[in-house]
Design a binder for this molecule. Sequence first.
Ligand SMILES: *Cc1c(COP(=O)(O)O)cnc(C)c1O
Length: 436
Amino acid sequence: MNDLAALDHRHLWHPFTQQSEWTATPPLIVDRAEGCWLIDVDGQRYLDGVSSLWTNVHGHRHPVLDRALRDQLDRVAHSTMLGLTHTPAILLAARLAQVAPPGLTRTFFSDNGSTAVEVALKIAYQTHRQRGDLGRTHFAALDGAYHGDTVGAVSLGAIPLFHAAYKPLLFDAVALPAPVNAGGDEEARCLHAALDALDAVGPTLAALVIEPLCQGAAGIKRHSPAFAAALAERARKHGALVVYDEVAVGFGRTGTLFASEQVGVAPDLLAVAKGLGAGYLPIAATLTTEAVYEAFLGPFDAWRQLFHGHTFTGNPLAAAVALASLDLFETEGTLQRVAAIERRFARRFEVWRTSPRVADIRQLGVIAGIDLLAADGSEAPPSARLGHRVAMACRRHGAIVRPLGNTLVLNPPLSLSDGEADLLLDAVEAALREAP
Ligand SMILES: *Cc1c(COP(=O)(O)O)cnc(C)c1O
């Protein structure tokens, strides 16, 4: 094993990773990238089938983004947002107000998705408090939800595998039944029960928090725009705020710049991260309305300010790339590309649906979840590591994908070409043929 691999195994601790398994095999060490391709230290090329964890938008080392980053680097790499401001953060906040769902005119920056959600929770709670509504201490989220790894975001989460260990540290959240697929009887049943659950907490509800249209880490679970809209409207009827977590689905992945656009009901708070920085640098934002913002105004010593802020908030390098990325959506017709990828995937999925190895496929924009079955058509137990083994087989065929349990996830950069889409699909197909 080369020196880097040995050093990794000796000194690194990887996220969501059983290290005893990790250190048993040599790691793939990424050295560089171009477009939708990652290149390892041995010069092997791999299609980045999950956009470096759902972050990369226009491909790696895009000349326009690289230039925006270098230009900003020639000015200043970091300056604080506490007591000072800077050009890229100002321009990005103004630009987000133009492109975001209606009414979201204020941006609070942070640096990752968990903090973007955490900030939304604190803003929601404090807004009610400062409006004199002290009893709103409950949050509602969808069953199976994942909203990040900080303790507040984990409190909303409902993935037992990730969240059970921390239970004693968390605040209670109301888990609303959520379907696996959009439309149909299952969704109707979930909606009925979810609305009842919202009615039951009614005047104590601070906010409803949902990932609109597609629950990513939950296993690429889908619901219809009407489902999200009905929940949002019911929460509002009870005087609660509506928070959309678009950390995963934002920035074009579902076919529109924000999934909210398809829901038709704009939120009071919107959390974005992953794709905001185009997959280049960590940056996140919590957007809100003037009505929410105004609840925080008053004389200095009324202590109505939002007592929250991260050191690297609104980092200029990341903000400069985010701005350039929003330009690219217009100059490169990125959303048309998403529609083309979605159609190309859909054609191949028609065939896969008939495979004895595939239980279900859910698709939206460039996002797809493929529920895998064992070779004999049965459900594979977690110990069989089926998703993991198929992902490793994909790697041998030149594509990096990552499973969520036995669900294989595809979520490529939005710049994926037709030829690259075919390579990715071919790799998965070959892996499915091989996997025991
Ligand atoms: C990834 C994710 C988060 C957490 O973002 P981090 O940057 O990993 O903290 C929150 N919500 C959703 C929906 C996500 O997919």
